[in-house]
Design a protein around this ligand. Structure first.
Ligand code: NAD
Length: 268
């Protein structure tokens, strides 16, 4: 990225597991744009993943935090402010997990304990995170908070399973908390609804390959890649989007507004 549009800005990036992760690409793009950050993931993911490589590359510190645990979140926010030297300007919530998806449970046969766990990790963690930031007054005015969503929150994609409900909840939290964050702290809160993307979380969804091909044929601009999502996120962290808030922003090559494409008709 040629323009250092995040020069002087500081933040926290959740969810970089491996090189495919959208958060990984975002960390690289944010660093290229001049932003400084702390990387974080769940302790188990830090043991399994390769985040240290990313930390070295982007000259950033890694702090373990389970995003469902308030004590972990408070300690993370304190540590990030100490390391980066003051209040924060941007936060990326790039977290998703469904036990039912992982274990191949159909939507009509959900394990509701697993459903609750997936909801806590994928959606409620966003509220917990914002509540901790809000109470600590840890965000600078005109800061920006972004979480990643998927269109299954608003349209039916059967194999997306209980993650569809989690994403609907996540998008609602962005609007509800975004109101208070805007009014009281002048901070933006948005979700980005990204194209299907080949990542560890993405691969867990049954038939992702079909999703990807279908979306590619439907989208006039084609599917958005993880790197393109990263660059879009940088724009939302920058000062060029200061009055964008409470939005679910589609970053999907136009998929969400197409009824049917000629490519799909031709393939039938
Ligand atoms: N891949 C896709 O097709 C796609 C499309 C739209 C939106 N998204 C969303 O993008 C986000 C990032 O997913 P990804 O595709 O890069 O996959 P990913 O598997 O690389 O990232 C998911 C991350 O969530 C983290 N996580 C899980 N439980 C956690 C916990 N308790 N505390 C903290 N972190 C935890 C994982 O360790 C992992 O780093 C998710 O919200 C996902 O739903 C993905």
């Amino acid at each position: 990225m040629k323009h250092k549009i995040l020069e002087g800005k500081k933040g926290i990036i959740f969810g970089a597991l491996d090189e495919q992760s959208i958060a990984w690409k975002t960390a690289e793009s944010v660093a290229d744009a001049g932003g400084a950050f702390v990387l974080t993931n769940a302790p188990v993911a830090l043991r399994m993943g390769t985040i240290k490589t990313l930390a070295k590359k982007t000259d950033s510190q890694v702090v373990a935090a389970d995003a469902t645990n308030i004590d972990d979140l408070n300690a993370l926010i304190d540590q990030a402010q100490e390391t980066l030297g003051g209040k924060l300007d941007f936060i990326l919530h790039s977290i998703g997990m469904s036990v039912n998806v992982r274990k191949g449970k159909n939507y009509t046969d959900l394990n509701h304990d697993w459903m609750t766990k997936g909801w806590d990790i994928s959606a409620v963690s966003f509220h917990k995170l914002m509540q901790c930031l809000y109470k600590k007054d840890a965000m600078n005015p005109w800061g920006s908070i972004v979480a990643f969503s998927y269109i299954a929150s608003q349209r039916t994609f059967p194999n997306y399973n209980d993650m569809a409900d989690n994403k609907a909840y996540l998008e609602s939290i962005a609007r509800s908390f975004g109101y208070f964050f805007g009014k009281e702290k002048k901070v933006r809160v948005n979700t980005i609804s990204q194209s299907p993307t080949l990542t560890t979380a993405g691969k867990g969804v049954e038939g992702l390959d079909g999703f990807l091909k279908y979306a590619e044929k439907m989208s006039p601009l084609g599917n958005a890649t993880a790197k393109e999502c990263a660059d879009y996120t940088v724009s939302l962290f920058s000062d060029y989007t200061r009055k964008v808030t409470l939005q679910n922003l589609f970053h999907d090559g136009g998929f969400s507004n197409v009824g049917v494409s000629q490519d799909i008709i031709d393939s039938l």
